[in-house]
Design a protein around this ligand. Structure first.
Ligand SMILES: Cc1cc2nc3c(=O)[nH]c(=O)nc-3n(C[C@H](O)[C@H](O)[C@H](O)COP(=O)(O)OP(=O)(O)OC[C@H]3O[C@@H](n4cnc5c(N)ncnc54)[C@H](O)[C@@H]3O)c2cc1C
Length: 488
């Protein structure tokens, strides 16, 4: 039976869910508070420069392909993908960096040159990571997180010990060189927790990195948003922007609609792709499942300080993605997770999309994106942002041996307060709730409300977790649950 479904938000999870729900014949409308769609993956354009405002690493291309295949389409019908080579560079000192190339054979050579015997060890490690990836994709991530039994399959039973060790310990047992360790610990940072708190099973992210590669949609991650939007519109989804939901209407313990600008809109099902915590504040307290205490006790992925910078010249000695790991990783991690404060010496990440896509900056110029991970809920002022911009740009100049400050045409910052204002993000988190052992699968906030009928959730605070591929999967999972309940 055709239902009217109101979806809150237009991030990847909401967009994905809208496609599946419309494909199933429902009458679907997306309501987005901002003036453009994409959520954390919005686009920012200024003076001929184009920036993705959030994600820039296109990993796990198979998940994107599978999403479009569900609609008898392929990614190539919507955007062109470029495999980056080098995938990325990691800086450890002045003019001292390691390039990660786009195939395992070359990466093994890089490892071997740094630590004798590590090439073969890397092969064994990646074989194990691939086996975990296959199990994760086949048996784990496409499960709705309803019961612990979902996690028990003949394959996962054999890997049980890997849920109790940490990625960090596992890597340290095999590799001794600190640089190689840092490179191997990098991929699980996408899951939002410290590598020492991330189960070793999640080393499947290392296969995503070295095995599947780093891709770039030709004109940026926003190509993917545009692609899914096109698909959604073809399927009949309606999208309204500048539509901030003020309240979810509940009658008789059943969601019956939403309120926007004081106006009630009826719906048979309400699905929220906005941050889970925020969505529950749109309900009266008696209808909320998770308390403030619950949220406060969760491990959240970091917030971030971002800068979008237009340079009036080409930046030298960097590739598309560059990681600056020239300072103490553990100290910065402690400043995020253990004793939250602004890090004295922050690690940072920079990307230059115009290295791959000329349209991202005017001719002869460069668009630069800089990111410092920060503790969620941290103090955020203009002065702090400026101090840290100065810190990282000075370090960037030293490490890459060039002057760039005088070539800045403009810069725009985005930090914790903006995550709260623009996305209603809990404590200004950037990547949602971390995937630790106790926050995995059925231990995450549920896709379906336990207190309000016909109310559902999707996105990076529920299953499977943070990142664009998980957001697409989350949209699929919740659409399946909704459809099941419509049919029953
Ligand atoms: C800086 C940054 C870098 C990242 N890098 C990567 C990366 O390289 N690779 C990767 O895979 N992932 C990356 N991520 C993570 C990835 O972007 C997210 O996991 C994913 O985009 C989250 O999608 P979502 O659908 O859960 O939520 P969101 O994108 O947050 O969407 C939620 C939407 O709900 C809207 N909303 C909120 N409240 C309301 C309301 N009351 N009414 C109406 N609408 C509302 C918001 O405006 C927003 O549009 C990054 C994230 C950030 C922030």
């Amino acid at each position: 039976m055709k239902k009217t479904i109101a979806i809150i938000g237009s991030g990847f999870s909401a967009l994905a869910a809208s496609c599946y729900l419309a494909q199933q014949g429902n009458n679907v409308t997306i309501y987005e508070k901002n003036d453009s769609i994409g959520g954390r993956s919005r686009q920012f354009k200024k003076d001929g420069f184009t920036f993705d405002m959030g994600p820039s690493w296109y990993w796990m291309p198979d998940v994107f392909e599978r999403f479009f295949n569900d609609f008898n389409k392929k990614t190539a019908d919507f955007y062109e993908l470029i495999k980056l080579n080098p995938a990325y560079s990691v800086y450890f000192g002045i003019d001292d960096f390691i390039n990660i190339y786009d195939n395992l054979e070359e990466i093994k050579v890089t490892f071997e040159n740094i630590e004798k015997g590590s090439g073969e060890k890397l092969q064994a490690f990646i074989n194990q990571a691939k086996s975990n990836y296959d199990i994760a994709i086949k048996d784990l991530v496409y499960r709705p997180g309803i019961s612990p039994l979902e996690l028990i399959t003949p394959e996962t039973a054999l890997k049980l010990n890997q849920f109790f060790g940490s990625v960090s310990n596992d890597i340290r047992k095999k590799f001794k060189n600190e640089r190689l360790i840092q490179i191997l610990e990098f991929p699980v940072l996408f899951l939002g927790a410290k590598p020492s708190k991330t189960p070793s099973f999640y080393n499947f992210m290392n296969y995503a990195d070295f095995g599947l590669g780093t891709w770039h949609p030709k004109t940026g991650m926003f190509d993917v948003v545009r692609g899914i939007e096109k698909l959604a519109l073809e399927l009949g989804v309606r999208i309204e922007t500048n539509a901030s939901i003020e309240k979810i209407i509940v009658e008789n313990k059943t969601a019956t609609g939403i309120i926007i600008n004081g106006k009630s809109i009826k719906a048979d099902v309400v699905l929220s792709g906005a941050d889970y915590h925020h969505t529950e504040t749109l309900l009266d307290e008696e209808h909320r499942v998770y308390s403030e205490k619950y949220w406060d006790s969760r491990v959240f992925a970091p917030s971030s300080l971002l800068f979008f910078v237009g340079f009036n010249k080409k930046i030298q000695n960097v590739t598309h993605h560059a990681l600056f790991f020239d300072v103490d990783f553990n100290q910065h991690a402690a400043d995020i997770y253990d004793n939250p404060k602004w890090p004295e010496a922050p690690l940072f990440y920079a990307n230059f999309p115009s290295k791959t896509d000329e349209s991202a900056a005017p001719n002869g110029m460069e668009s630069g994106f800089f990111l410092i991970p920060l503790a969620p809920g941290i103090e955020d002022t203009e002065e702090l942002r400026e101090t840290y911009f100065e810190k990282i740009i000075t370090r960037f100049e030293t490490l890459t041996q060039q002057e760039i400050k005088n070539s800045i045409i403009f810069k725009k910052s985005f930090c914790k307060n903006d995550f709260v204002t623009d996305y209603n993000a809990y404590k200004g988190n950037a990547y949602g709730m971390a995937n630790t052992l106790l926050q995995t699968a059925f231990l995450r906030p549920k896709l379906k409300s336990k207190k309000v009928r016909n109310l559902y959730f999707t996105g990076q605070l529920t299953v499977p977790g943070p990142g664009v591929p998980p957001a697409l999967i989350s949209g699929k999972l919740v659409a399946e649950l909704i459809q099941k309940s419509i049919r029953s």
